[in-house]
Design a protein around this ligand. Structure first.
Ligand SMILES: Cc1cc2nc3c(=O)[nH]c(=O)nc-3n(C[C@H](O)[C@H](O)[C@H](O)COP(=O)(O)OP(=O)(O)OC[C@H]3O[C@@H](n4cnc5c(N)ncnc54)[C@H](O)[C@@H]3O)c2cc1C
Length: 398
C-alpha cells in the first residue's frame, strides 16, 4: 500500500493547529496539508456540538492588538470582530494593598489595548472554513501511533490504520501531547498548586470596556469585558478552593465573586457554566527535531495570568507561515533552524515574565507585598515606564 504524502501534517486540530492550517491556505495555496485530530470534529452535526471540542470550549481569550493584526492578515478578523469586545482600559490592583495601575487606550493612540473573544467563535469559523477546503485533508477521530523519521519525510502510522508521509510534521496537540513524546521530546512540568475557575458573568450595567486584574494571596483574578454586557471571569486560586467554588450554587458563587472584586467593576447579576483548569508551566526541551516542529501549547504551556498562551502561539504560526511561503522543501533543516532561532527568545522571555508574575504576586511576604506595590505605584505615576508595559501587553515585541 502506498502512503499518501503531504507537505505539512499538523497533529492536533485545536486553536493553534487549525489557525496554522488556515493561515497556510491563505499564504501558500500550493502546499498540501493534513490535520490529524483526536476528536471527531467533522462528524459533529450542530454548532453547539462542534464547540464541545476541548480546544474550543467555553473559555474566552484576550487577544493583543498585534494578534488581531495577524488575524486580519489571514482574513479571519472581519468574521470575528462582531463577537469580539475591545479592551479600552485595564485596571490592575493588589488586594488589601495600595498599589494600582491603569492603562488607557487613548494614551497609546490605539482604538483598543486588545480584544476579548469567546474561543467557540474562532472554533466555529475555522472548522467551517477548513471542512470545505480542498487543500486540507482531515484525519479526525484519529491520532499518530508511530513516527518513523526518513531522510526526506516523516512516516506516520495512524491509530486508524492509515499510513501517511509528511515533509514536515507540526505537533500542536496541546500541553500533554502524545506525539511530542513519540518524537522523544520532553516537557518538564512545574505545577503551581493553583487552578483557574472560569465563567461568564452577566452585569447589571455596562462594563465600559474595562478589564480588571487583581492579585490576591492565592493567585490572580481577572475580569475581561465581553460583548452583550458580560465579563469573562478567570479566578485563580488554590486547587482545593477552586474545587469548592465549582460546587457552589449560582447565588453563592456570585456573592463570592462580588466580594472578591468589590463593586468597582459593577454588580454581577448571573453566572454561566463554570469550568476548571489546573495550572502549570511547561516548556518543551526542544522546539524542533528532524522534519518536525512544535507549536502552541505543545511547545509552551503557561499560566493564564498574563493571557499570553494563544498570543504566543499566533507568533509561532506567523514565523512558520513566513518561512514556509519561501521554502522549496517544507521540512528542510535550514527552515527548522530558522524557526527555532526566531522563536526561542520570545518564548523564554514570555515564560519567564509570566512565571515571575505568578510567584511575585502569589507571595504573602510583607516585604514583597510592599515592593510590588511600590512597583505598581511607580508604573501608575510614570508614563515612560508604562509605555513598554502597554506595548508588551498589546503584543508588540519592539
Ligand atoms: C483559563 C485559561 C484562560 C486563558 N486565557 C488566555 C488569554 O486570555 N489569552 C491567550 O492568549 N491565551 C489564553 N489561554 C491559553 C490558550 O487557551 C492556549 O494557549 C490555547 O488553547 C493553546 O491552543 P493549542 O491548540 O496549542 O492547544 P489545545 O487548545 O490544547 O488544543 C490541542 C488540540 O489537539 C488535540 N489533540 C490532543 N491530543 C491529540 C492527539 N494525540 N492526536 C491528535 N490530536 C490531539 C485536542 O483534541 C485539541 O483539539 C488561556 C488558557 C486557560 C486555561
Amino acid at each position: 500500500m502506498t502512503a499518501k504524502s503531504f507537505d505539512v501534517v499538523i497533529a492536533g486540530g485545536g486553536m493553534a493547529g487549525t489557525t496554522l492550517a488556515w493561515a497556510l491556505t491563505q499564504t501558500n495555496p500550493k502546499l498540501s496539508i493534513a490535520i490529524v485530530e483526536k476528536q471527531a470534529v467533522l462528524q459533529a452535526a450542530t454548532k453547539s456540538e462542534r464547540c464541545n471540542q476541548a480546544s474550543f470550549d467555553s473559555r474566552s481569550i484576550a487577544l493583543a492588538a498585534a494578534s488581531v493584526e495577524l488575524l486580519q492578515q489571514w482574513q479571519l478578523w472581519p468574521e470575528l470582530v462582531a463577537n469580539a469586545c475591545p479592551i479600552k482600559h485595564v485596571k490592575v490592583s493588589d488586594r488589601g494593598h495600595f498599589g494600582k495601575v491603569s492603562l488607557q487606550h487613548q494614551d497609546y493612540q490605539q482604538p483598543a489595548l486588545g480584544y476579548v473573544l469567546e474561543v467557540e467563535h474562532l472554533g466555529n469559523l475555522l472548522l467551517t472554513k477548513l471542512k470545505h477546503c480542498q487543500q486540507v485533508t482531515w484525519f479526525d477521530a484519529n491520532s499518530i501511533a508511530h513516527i518513523t523519521p526518513r531522510q526526506d519525510h516523516q512516516e506516520l502510522e495512524l491509530h486508524g490504520g492509515q499510513h501517511i508521509q509528511a515533509k514536515l510534521l507540526v505537533i500542536a496537540e496541546g500541553g500533554s501531547s502524545p506525539s511530542r513524546a513519540l518524537a522523544g521530546i520532553t516537557m518538564p512540568q512545574q505545577h503551581y498548586g493553583q487552578s483557574a475557575v472560569i465563567a461568564n458573568l452577566a452585569l447589571a450595567k455596562n462594563h465600559n470596556f474595562s478589564a480588571y486584574e487583581r492579585f490576591t494571596e492565592h493567585g490572580p483574578i481577572a475580569l475581561l469585558p465581553l460583548t452583550k454586557q458580560r465579563y469573562s471571569l478567570v479566578y485563580t486560586t488554590t486547587s482545593m478552593q477552586a474545587e469548592r467554588l465549582m460546587q457552589l450554587s449560582e447565588t453563592e458563587f456570585l456573592s463570592q465573586m462580588q466580594q472578591a472584586f468589590g463593586y468597582r467593576a459593577g454588580v454581577f447579576s448571573g453566572a454561566g457554566q463554570r469550568a476548571i483548569y489546573p495550572l502549570s508551566l511547561g516548556i518543551a526541551d526542544s522546539i524542533i527535531r528532524h522534519r518536525l516542529a512544535l507549536l502552541g501549547n505543545s511547545l509552551h504551556n503557561l499560566h493564564p495570568i498574563a493571557g499570553q498562551g494563544f498570543n504566543l502561539a499566533l507568533r509561532d504560526i506567523e514565523q512558520l507561515v513566513k518561512l514556509l511561503s519561501v521554502a522549496e522543501d517544507a521540512g528542510s533543516y535550514s527552515l527548522l533552524r530558522a524557526y527555532q532561532q526566531a522563536r526561542q527568545t520570545d518564548i523564554s522571555q514570555v515564560a519567564f515574565a509570566t512565571d515571575a508574575l505568578v510567584r511575585i504576586f502569589s507571595n504573602r511576604s510583607r516585604l514583597l507585598a510592599l515592593a510590588r506595590n511600590m512597583g505598581l505605584l511607580a508604573l501608575l505615576m510614570c508614563k515612560p515606564l508604562k509605555t513598554p508595559l502597554a506595548r508588551h501587553a498589546m503584543g508588540y515585541r519592539r
